[in-house]
Write a protein that binds this ligand. Structure first.
Ligand code: HEC
Ligand code: HEC
Length: 281
């Protein structure tokens, strides 16, 4: 009885559902419409991606490395660098430059280290001897001889990253040579890690990817390009906000600070004691 009733009760509802479904079915698009829509969507996303990515390629190639640039670079190189690096940069008194990349030349010549003037433990930093354009010509000539790290893109070196992350990475990777505040420090055999204030973002990036002298190379697997950008951001921050708290004592840390307190703090206590004793006598 109860079963019968439930069946009859549910009858109209079922029929209603059926009717609804058939109504929907008649309103439905052709089954291939979904496929067509999907294809259209894919074409659009693919097209948009291609347009955007070709845009960024165009940006990366904004620096024209025409044959003319390379030829000019070759002439400059043979006149100014060949005595040490060889006529075809294969090395002579100086090391071979094949495969060091545009970044290394831009760093070495842009910071005035090259052309080296006198032999010593470390190439000296001097006012650059070439114009920006000539530095680029030299750089792209050397880059044309063998693949190596390129001059970094603007957005990686303009200091727009995360300074806190950069500070952390700097402490781990760089502070043992360059000091926590980037003030520089001595190494062995007359070599030294220079202060990093006043160094441009491009040159900081290039130093990391080429590792001049005793400095290790930090490739993109060690420190990603974004992390390099953060380190540059930190160094720019340090440069713009030098020791807001007072004397920096060469940024040498607790030893220098302790010594200062030892000498001046203890010294003045001794002086006061002597003064008090002298008065009471
Ligand atoms: C008086 C010799 C001398 C002259 C001239 C000279 N260099 Fe050098 N160069 C060296 C020596 C030595 C080194 C390696 C020692 C160092 O890096 O301090 C070196 C290193 C370099 C490096 C770094 C190579 C690397 O492994 O990353 C580059 C790049 C370079 N020179 C480019 C140039 C260019 C470009 C010129 C010309 C504008 C030039 N040098 C002129 C002697 C010279
Ligand atoms: C093992 C010690 C050592 C470590 C670690 C080191 N550097 Fe250096 N760095 C040097 C030395 C040495 C030089 C100088 C090379 C020369 O003059 O040819 C140098 C040069 C530089 C320069 C060029 C400065 C100028 O005046 O042109 C920059 C920028 C720099 N380092 C950044 C860094 C950063 C950033 C890190 C960490 C990611 C780092 N260094 C880690 C030793 C080190």
């Amino acid at each position: 009885m109860s079963l019968d009733r439930s069946v009859t009760n549910s009858m109209p509802a079922n029929r209603k559902k059926l009717m609804n479904r058939s109504k929907r079915r008649t309103g439905r698009r052709h089954p291939l419409a979904t496929v067509a829509l999907l294809a259209l969507g894919l074409v659009f996303t693919g097209g948009a991606y291609a347009a955007l990515s070709s845009g960024s390629v165009a940006q990366a190639e904004a620096e024209p490395t025409s044959q003319e640039t390379i030829e000019e670079g070759k002439k400059l190189f043979q006149a100014n660098c060949a005595t040490c690096h060889g006529l075809d940069a294969q090395g002579n008194n100086g090391p071979s430059l094949i495969g060091v990349g545009a970044a290394s030349v831009d760093f070495q010549v842009g910071t005035g280290r090259m052309p080296m003037q006198m032999q010593g433990p470390q190439a000296q930093v001097k006012p650059p001897q070439f114009t920006d354009e000539q530095v680029k010509q030299l750089a792209y000539y050397v880059a044309s001889l063998g693949p190596g790290p390129d001059i970094p893109a603007d957005h990686l070196v303009n200091g727009g990253g995360d300074a806190a992350n950069g500070a952390e990475l700097f402490r781990i990777n760089c502070a043992m040579c360059h000091n926590v505040a980037g003030a520089g420090g001595a190494l062995t055999e007359g070599k030294f890690a220079p202060a990093l204030t006043g160094v441009s973002g491009v040159h900081i990036y290039e130093a990391m990817v080429t590792g001049p002298q005793n400095m290790p190379v930090f490739n993109d697997l060690n420190i990603s390009p974004e992390d390099k950008r953060d380190i540059i951001t930190y160094l720019k921050y340090v440069q713009d906000n030098r020791s807001p708290g007072g004397f920096e004592l060469g940024s040498l840390g607790p030893v220098a600070e302790g010594l200062l307190i030892w000498i001046f703090g203890l010294g003045s206590i001794v002086a006061i004691t002597v003064w008090i004793t002298a008065k009471s006598n």
